[in-house]
Design a binder for this molecule. Structure first.
Ligand code: NAD
Ligand code: ZN
Ligand code: ZN
Length: 340
């Protein structure tokens, strides 16, 4: 089958024929119809993070398709079901984190498109106990970005502890951020967006942000946000792939505010101890979402509350798509259509 393979962290992906995977016990083989391209796939292909995937591997964790074969003991899924893969591909099911509703912290989890081959190919494997089932009747191409971007921002917004009617900051209006604006609105929040391009700011406004600040042209974004919101945002979500955006987002918080860190640039940022202590700020990490978070995120989508902005492209464009992502030139998400 055809797949886009990472062979070397410093070389482009190679689109080539690889062996068709065989579903093991509890697994299903899925014919991929669409796959979103997440910035995490780019980090994976470059080996950006301390824990690196073993090469060669096939990235992709926003795949949607139909089950074409099942392994032994695969009772939850049957041939013909429409399912997806996700970053949170499987977990041990038995540790303290799996047992307390925090399964995305499982130390024995497997990750789609990282430690298990992902959706940048014609076929992929899923774990039948963990694979999200796609609601009936939805647009499958639009559903793909919900599997990572959607669930991640939905969970991150919960972690921001912002309540209906309060202000939330969404920093970074890319694949994740433009969907975050929509979940925030659907959850009753008032949205302030920050990015470094006028096009992304316009995208945020189209999806319901009341204020969109270009941090390149507005040199004191925090002051602009404080004035507009009457004292700062109650909470926020940083999806930007830039360390500077993290410090800036902390500066936009109202006293007592909570910031959920979601973006994963391989950088550090300085956290000012004095203001964090005196203003009672909370800064926390947030990683994708549990199976329940994902089912909830898909339900918002199936009810028509979330409409990802996306462009369809063929798998063979993958290196060009990564170049455009690095340059910040993608509007919303790119979804690869495996039939192109
Ligand atoms: P993307 O490339 O689509 O979007 C990134 C956005 O950040 C772009 O719009 C870019 O213009 C903007 N940006 C860059 N510098 C900025 C700055 N200084 N201030 C504000 N905005 C700035 O990427 P994506 O697919 O949305 O992913 C974003 C990040 O989130 C990546 O690092 C990815 O690995 C990470 N991620 C984390 C999780 C998680 O569970 N925590 C899940 C998925 C993705
Ligand atoms: Zn992702
Ligand atoms: Zn576990």
């Amino acid at each position: 089958m055809k797949a886009a393979v990472v062979k070397d962290f410093s070389a482009p992906l190679v689109v080539e024929d690889v062996e068709l995977p065989v579903p093991g016990p509890g697994q299903a083989l899925v014919e991929v119809r669409y796959s979103g391209v997440c910035h995490t796939d780019l980090h994976a292909a470059h080996g950006d993070w301390p824990v690196k995937p073993a090469v060669p591997f096939v990235p992709g964790h926003e795949g949607v398709g139909k089950v074409v074969a099942v392994g032994d003991g695969c009772s939850r899924l049957a041939v013909g079901d429409t399912v997806g893969n996700a970053w949170f591909w499987s977990a041990c099911g038995a540790c303290e984190f799996c047992g307390t509703g925090r399964e995305t912290l499982c130390p024995d989890q497997r990750n789609g498109g990282y430690s298990v081959d992902g959706s940048f190919g014609r076929y992929m494997l899923v774990d039948s106990a963990y694979a999200p089932v796609i609601p009936q009747g939805v647009d499958l191409a639009a559903a793909a970005p919900i599997l990572c971007a959607g669930v991640t921002v939905y969970k991150g917004l919960k972690e921001s502890e912002v309540r209906p009617g309060q202000w939330v900051l969404v920093s970074g209006i890319g694949g994740l951020g433009h969907i975050a604006v929509q979940y925030a609105r659907a959850m009753g929040m008032r949205v302030v967006a920050v990015d470094v391009s006028d096009e992304k700011c316009a995208l945020a406004r189209r999806h319901g942000a009341e204020l969109a600040v270009n941090a390149l042209t507005d040199t004191d974004a925090a002051a602009t946000i404080a004035e507009f919101t009457g004292g700062g945002v109650h909470g926020g979500l940083v999806t930007a792939v830039n360390g500077a955006a993290f410090s800036q987002a902390v500066g936009a918080l109202r006293r007592g505010g909570t910031l959920a860190l979601v973006g994963l640039p391989p950088e550090q940022f300085p956290l000012d101890i004095f203001s964090t202590v005196l203003f009672g700020l909370t800064v926390r990490g947030s990683i994708v979402g549990t199976r329940t978070d994902l089912a909830e995120a898909l339900d918002f989508f199936a009810r028509g509350l979330i409409e990802p902005t996306y462009t369809l492209r063929p798998l063979t464009d993958i290196n060009q798509i990564f170049d455009e992502m690095t340059a910040g030139r993608i509007d919303g998400r790119v979804v690869m259509d495996m039939s192109l």
